[in-house]
Design a protein around this ligand. Sequence first.
Ligand SMILES: Nc1ncnc2c1ncn2[C@@H]1O[C@H](COP(=O)(O)OP(=O)(O)OP(=O)(O)O)[C@@H](O)[C@H]1O
Ligand SMILES: [Mg+2]
Length: 235
Amino acid sequence: MTHVVEGQALTQDYVISAGMFGKPKLLRAVKGANFAVEQGKTLAIVGESGSGKSTLARIIALIDPATGGTLKIDGQPVAIGKGRVPRALRSKVQMVFQNPYGSLNPRQKVGDVLMEPLLLNTDMPASERHDRAEAMLKRVGLGPEHFNRYPHMFSGGQRQRIAIARAIMLNPKLLVLARSEKSPARQANRSGVARRRVESRISRTVFRSITRLRSCGRRGRAAPAACGPCRRAPR
Ligand SMILES: Nc1ncnc2c1ncn2[C@@H]1O[C@H](COP(=O)(O)OP(=O)(O)OP(=O)(O)O)[C@@H](O)[C@H]1O
Ligand SMILES: [Mg+2]
């Protein structure tokens, strides 16, 4: 069976500068992560702060190249650390940041937010882009009356749904859900409810980066974060 995402021995090293006279140090943020996720399944990565969850999420979302190991998206190998990722492969993976305040452009109307991925990645005519964006608003529990509103005119949960809607406009094979470093725990929990509500309406492979097991959905698996700098077992 072809897995939607498969990682083998994924490693991420950062070079930490030690000032003008010190010797630079190597920090291994992710050490030999192995995982494989089937279509329609959720994998939650659980671990303490600093154990490498966000780093791994960024590798899988094709934002940062890993320094070692192999990554396959939908059976297709990603050339780690070499050149640009092809557009067709990139559109198969989308990342949703949990902090919708930071991830939505405050000057962009929601309809434009949703149409943008289609504009950049397809040759779809404007009328079809508009129809698709309206249909997506409906799919995430919003309506056509929201099309011309700006992000600040929505509640936190609605903004979260808009961020998810944007991420699934291109019908990606894999969604990477990352917990925000900055949002307070209460906001994270509230957004988590909104995300789970939307996730339950879509059937998609999901990769979650969370710190606590209880934040994870009922279905799916949880895996400890891959032995980063913090080696303690997840609580
Ligand atoms: N760009 C970077 N340069 C140097 N070190 C980094 C960089 N990004 C992350 N790190 C380090 O890598 C380690 C893993 O960081 P990461 O953000 O992946 O942890 P995390 O598991 O997501 O933690 P949290 O639960 O607090 O969000 C940390 O020690 C961090 O300081
Ligand atoms: Mg993190």
